[in-house]
Design a protein around this ligand. Structure first.
Ligand code: CU
Length: 473
């Protein structure tokens, strides 16, 4: 009887959702509008209150000490390629290097000589009012985040001069059958993958508004596929081919570096999936470091096509124009972010883990060569899975998804493709071990929550509703 009534009462809701969907599908503009309204009315006030924009003398001095190197980037002293520090994949660090990196992050988090602490002081720059408009959805995205990473890296070096920022090569997880059991989601690396982060180096961290870090991996979004990135680099004739040209130009089918990046934010879920909360999870910086590596490869590719990546800044007007001041780094122009000097003067990337030396390769005890998911005839470095018993049962994932949906405030990174949205459909599939009322609660809470609903591609929305229909929800 209960199911019957649920069915009867649900049908009109589903019909109205379908109608809504058709309208939304009609035009990307509506989606853009919704998102824009969302930005204006919902998020900024709630998040901006975390800290006022005012900085104290002490804070200004500290920032200046971090930015001194960045500010001197135009100095004409001779720079030798490879003179900077080396950024490695997190699994390629020695145990000692990894320990130092996590310690330096925690030293920043525990240092309250600036408010609320050094780590969050830097993370809070990613919550500022114009961060979405001026540092995302356009050509300033790549350069802005490159400088932002350097700022954190200099802060880490103040705590431990031997530390450099590692990157998380998420294309390794992208080739795994089930990336939720990767060694990364253990206390030795980033801590748990679902619900509140309670273990590992950030297990006790809270955001400035008192929230625990949260993750909900593999529920939405998708991971980077190495073949997609290689294809993008081969095909790009210039930056304009792989860089967004503005908020209005965003589509769900585009192939841009920023869209690839969005998908991974959405895939990690929780704190990382909110545009204005992401930087509170240190994984943000490792993810962006990998995006920066991809950009560096793209730049090499452009040079081979006789395009100078330094001057090839897409034609843009307004805040993201080449000559406009870089947001929050107004001693730079946006085009300065595209300078070769950052990688010639400050840092280089270590090679991505590779099996080119034969199947014994990868040079990490946490990686091994195995056939890839997309091309089984090839071997690629893939992550070890964990012996550490973390509960990744459907019930944990369900709890985690509900928590994620109910608590992530503000705009979320959109998942711009349907490539491999897996977690959501596993939980609501007819073979799901969840009860029907749980499945129903999950599906309806997605439909009812604008920042989630707007963050999934149209095709996923349709599939979701079709599945709900076929299950009689
Ligand atoms: Cu960002």
């Amino acid at each position: 009887m209960y199911w019957l009534s649920l069915f009867i009462f649900s049908v009109p809701t589903v019909y109205s959702q379908i109608k809504e969907l058709k309208v939304a599908k009609k035009s990307e503009e509506i989606w853009n509008k919704q998102f824009e309204n969302y930005l204006n009315f919902h998020t900024l006030e709630s998040l901006m209150d975390i800290k006022t924009v005012e900085t104290s003398e002490n804070e200004r001095n500290w920032l200046q000490s971090l930015d001194r190197g960045i500010k001197n980037f135009r100095h004409k002293r001779q720079i030798h390629s490879g003179s900077g520090f080396l950024r490695k994949e997190i699994r390629m660090l020695t145990l000692e290097e990894r320990r130092r990196f996590f310690n330096a992050l925690n030293a920043l988090k525990n240092d309250t000589t600036v408010t609320p602490n050094m780590y969050d002081f830097i993370a809070l720059f990613h919550t500022r009012s114009d961060i979405v408009r001026r540092s995302h959805f356009g050509p300033s995205f790549l350069g802005w985040h490159r400088i932002y990473l350097l700022r954190l890296e200099f802060a880490l070096k103040q705590k431990d001069a031997r530390v450099s920022l590692p990157y998380w090569d998420s294309s390794i997880e992208g080739e795994m059958e089930d990336a939720t059991i990767s060694i990364l989601w253990t206390p030795s690396f980033f801590g748990n993958a679902f619900n509140e982060v309670e273990r590992g180096p950030f297990g006790h961290w809270t955001t400035p508004d008192g929230q625990r870090l949260r993750r909900n991996i593999g529920f939405l979004g998708s991971l980077i596929r190495r073949s997609d990135i290689e294809g993008m680099i081969v095909n790009a004739r210039n930056h304009s081919d792989v860089v967004r040209s503005g908020f209005d130009s965003v589509t769900f089918s585009e192939s841009t570096i920023e869209a690839e990046h969005d998908n991974v934010h959405a895939w990690v879920g929780g704190t990382m999936s909110g545009l204005l909360t992401a930087a509170f999870d240190p994984l943000f910086f490792l993810h962006h470091c990998f995006i920066d590596l991809i950009w560096e490869k793209l730049r090499e590719g452009l040079r081979q096509k006789n395009v100078d990546p330094e001057s090839d800044y897409p034609d843009t007007i307004g805040d993201q124009a080449a000559g406009s001041p870089m947001y929050l780094f107004d001693f730079l122009r946006n085009i300065d972010g595209y300078s070769d000097r950052w990688t010639r003067q400050f840092y280089q990337y270590d090679n991505q883990p590779s099996c080119s030396g034969g199947t014994q390769g990868c040079s990490s005890e946490y990686l091994r060569c195995a056939p890839t998911r997309s091309q089984p005839e090839n071997v690629m470095c893939t992550s070890l899975t964990s012996n550490y018993v973390l509960d990744v049962s459907p019930r944990v994932r369900y709890k985690s998804a509900i928590l994620d949906i109910e608590t992530t405030v503000g705009p979320r990174f959109t998942s711009s493709t349907n490539k491999h949205v897996a977690g959501l459909f596993k939980l609501i599939s007819p073979t799901s071990p969840l009860s029907r009322s749980e499945i129903s609660k999950l599906a309806f809470s997605i439909l009812k929550t604008p920042n989630i609903f707007n963050s999934i591609p149209e095709k996923t929305k349709q599939q979701l509703i079709i599945r709900m229909f076929s299950m009689g929800l």
